[in-house]
Design a protein around this ligand. Structure first.
Ligand code: 6PG
Length: 238
């Protein structure tokens, strides 16, 4: 495992509270922050906590992006944007031009190209790769992250910042950041909770079993890598 900071919490609530404090402290600096959000269910509580602090936080220097999006309309229950809008965006004041939605309703390949162009325009670049200040990621029980699944390890490489991914069981298409963008980030935080993640995460952290077959194991950013875990994922001393 790439040198990574492990933060282990007793439960998802204390994890979310702690991470929210970290993120709020960075937002409170007023410095421009290019932040990529993860989808799925893990960040929901985090977004609720950030929304409840909305009076104290000035979001005007924050630019929000997504690490991946399902190819569904923005009002679809499966949309990562809809989840974020319902739990966070609708509760805070953030300039509309700072919210860079992946258009799930668009033709996937065209949207991957468009979003890659947006990243090229909005973010600093390092060797032609967009550099996020901070990327939030989750991990699926199969070791995927963003929408880079084990059957599409090629998305860990490549020249494009975004690519079309396919969910291995549902076949649902996704638009996802690719590996090079994750590697170029200044800070990558995985938020991982739930016993279902434990088997794969244990293999990854101990470099055992099939650890190299999991996309999460290959995220080794140039910047800071940290894992926010609850005890059901990794017991202290295990
Ligand atoms: C998505 C996410 C995905 C997610 C993991 C974990 O679009 O689903 O971006 O990468 O982070 O699947 O999902 P949970 O948080 O729901 O366990």
């Amino acid at each position: 495992m790439h040198p990574a900071q492990l933060n282990i919490f007793t439960d998802p609530e204390t994890l979310a509270q702690s991470f929210a404090r970290e993120l709020a402290a960075q937002i409170a600096t007023g410095k421009t922050l290019h932040l990529a959000l993860s989808g799925g269910s893990t960040p929901k509580r985090l977004f609720q906590i950030l929304a409840s602090a909305h009076q104290e936080l000035d979001w005007s220097a924050v630019h929000l992006y997504w690490g991946d999006e399902r190819c569904v309309p923005p009002d679809d229950e499966q949309s990562n944007y809809k989840m974020t809008k319902d739990l966070l965006l609708a509760q805070i004041v953030i300039p509309e031009e700072n919210v860079h939605r992946i258009r799930g309703e668009a033709e996937p390949a065209a949207e991957a190209a468009r979003y890659g162009k947006v990243l090229g325009e909005k973010l600093p670049q390092s060797d032609g790769v967009p550099v996020f200040d901070w990327v939030l990621l989750g991990m699926g029980s199969d070791g995927h992250t963003a929408s880079i699944f084990p059957h599409q390890m090629e998305l860990l490489e490549g020249k494009e910042a975004c690519a079309v991914a396919v969910h291995p069981s549902s076949g649902q298409r996704r638009v996802s950041l690719t590996g090079p963008v994750l590697q170029a980030a200044r800070r990558v935080s995985f938020l991982i909770t739930g016993a279902s993640k434990r088997p794969v995460f244990t293999e990854i952290i101990h470099r055992q079993g099939q650890w190299e077959s999991y996309p999460t194991a290959h995220v080794r950013p140039a910047g800071h890598l940290e894992f926010y875990l609850d005890q059901s994922v990794l017991h202290v001393g295990s």
